[in-house]
Each structure stands twice: as structure tokens, then as C-alpha cells.
Design a protein around this ligand. Sequence first.
Ligand code: SF4
Ligand code: SF4
Ligand code: SF4
Length: 254
Amino acid sequence: MATNAFLLDISRCIGCQACAAACMTGNELPTGTQYIHLIEQTRGEFPNLAGGFKNHRCYHCTDAACVKVCPTGALYKEAGMTRLNREVCIGCAYCTDACPFDVPQIVDGRSSKCDACASVTKAGGEPWCVRTCPSDALRYGDRQEILAEARRRVEAIKARYPKARIYGETEAGGLGVIMVLPDDPEVLDLPANPDVPLLVNTWQKVVQPAALGLTALSVVVTGVAATIARRNHMQELKALHAQQAEAQKQESQE
Ligand code: SF4
Ligand code: SF4
Ligand code: SF4
């Protein structure tokens, strides 16, 4: 199966919300559920300020931390996209803790996030958000072709945005959403190095099998204690990762 990707051209996004609305309508999302969040931004420093929008959504990481920590297989990779089968989600919230972009949310006791319009694209159609965007900020297709288009666009806007660059080709092991950024990621509220925490890999190999045992036990005994234990494990892993990141930052500053 081909590896697909989205193109998200932040330099072209006008924040019109058409993609977010089409996503909600096309996917018949329940009230209160939204997979795309348009966040208005003021970029740069006075007096050189510029407006823009962050288009926050699942970035379909190749090496997806959410998939690694999901104990039931509700989150899985397919054709480069990160799918979600809510039917088998148990609402443990590991994915919300592990995602380096804070994407998944727990809605009605189960994880909720973009699945790249699985039903539409598998039938040969385009994702709802892509077909609705009026400014050609979104495209969907073969990842290599999307990358080539992103490179063309970066070159085309360099005169206007000297710091223009691609984001997502390699970040976090490569994303399924290739972005054209008009400025540095930090200016656009994106992590410069959204690497999958080393401890998430440890989690998958060591802690998760134990957690699965706890899950089975919890069904028989109480359920509650095991869930809290799992969450605590994840919080500890996140705290350790934050310490690692801080140490690395200090090292790079020395
Ligand atoms: S952005 Fe978060 S939810 Fe989306 S694939 Fe990556 S880790 Fe998973
Ligand atoms: S790909 Fe589909 S589910 Fe994902 S944000 Fe776009 S419209 Fe919504
Ligand atoms: S439809 Fe296009 S221009 Fe409008 S908010 Fe979405 S990505 Fe931006």
C-alpha cells in the first residue's frame, strides 16, 4: 500500500475554518468533537509583527507514539496514516499522554482524533478538509509527491519569507502531514524537535505487556486501581522525558 501524506501549507492558510467545518460535517462528528483547531497567532517581534493561524490536527507521525503505547490496537498505522478504531478503545488515555503534539482527546470515554477520513480515502476520495480548502493550503496524496510539492512551495515563498522551510520530513521520524512553514517552528508554536520519547519505546517493550496483564486483572477485580496505576506509569515516563529534554537543552547551551 502506498505511503500517503497531507500537505499543509501554513503560508497559505487564511484561518477560514472551512476545513474544520467540513471535517465535522463530513465525518458526522458529535457535538463538541473537533479534529482541526485553527488558532490565531501573532508572529515575530515588534514592529515586525505578522498574523497567521496554527492549523492544529493529528500529524500522522510515522513513528507514532500514540500507536506505540495503545494497549488494545485501537490506534494503528495504515498507508502512512494513523487510524483510530474507537470500538476497541478503552479510554486509558495513554495516547493523550504520549503524543508529542497533544493531539488526541478523550471524548465520551474514548480517544478521539483525525483518522485521515479512512472511509472516504479507501473509496478513492479526498479527505473532507482537503477538498474544501479555498486557498490550496491542503493536499493529500503520495508522500514523495507531497514532499516535492512542499519543496517547490518553499522555494516560491523564500523571497517573502526568508526562513521558509519544510516541517515533517524528518521530525519525529517523519510526519504524515508535511508542512510548509513561513518561519521557524518555535515561532509557529511547533516543537523544533518533537522526537518520540525514548521511554515510549521502553514502554512498548516492557511496561505495556505488564499493563495488559493489569488490564485483564482489573476487569476481574476492580478496574479502577489498574487504570490509575497505568496513568501513574505514564506520568512518570513523561516526567523523566521532560528531565531528559531539559538536560539536553542545558548541554546544548553550554
Ligand atoms: S500527532 Fe499524536 S495522535 Fe497524531 S499520530 Fe502523532 S502521536 Fe499519534
Ligand atoms: S483528514 Fe478527514 S478526519 Fe482528518 S482533519 Fe481532514 S477531514 Fe477531518
Ligand atoms: S480551509 Fe484551508 S485556508 Fe481555511 S482554515 Fe482550513 S487550511 Fe486554512
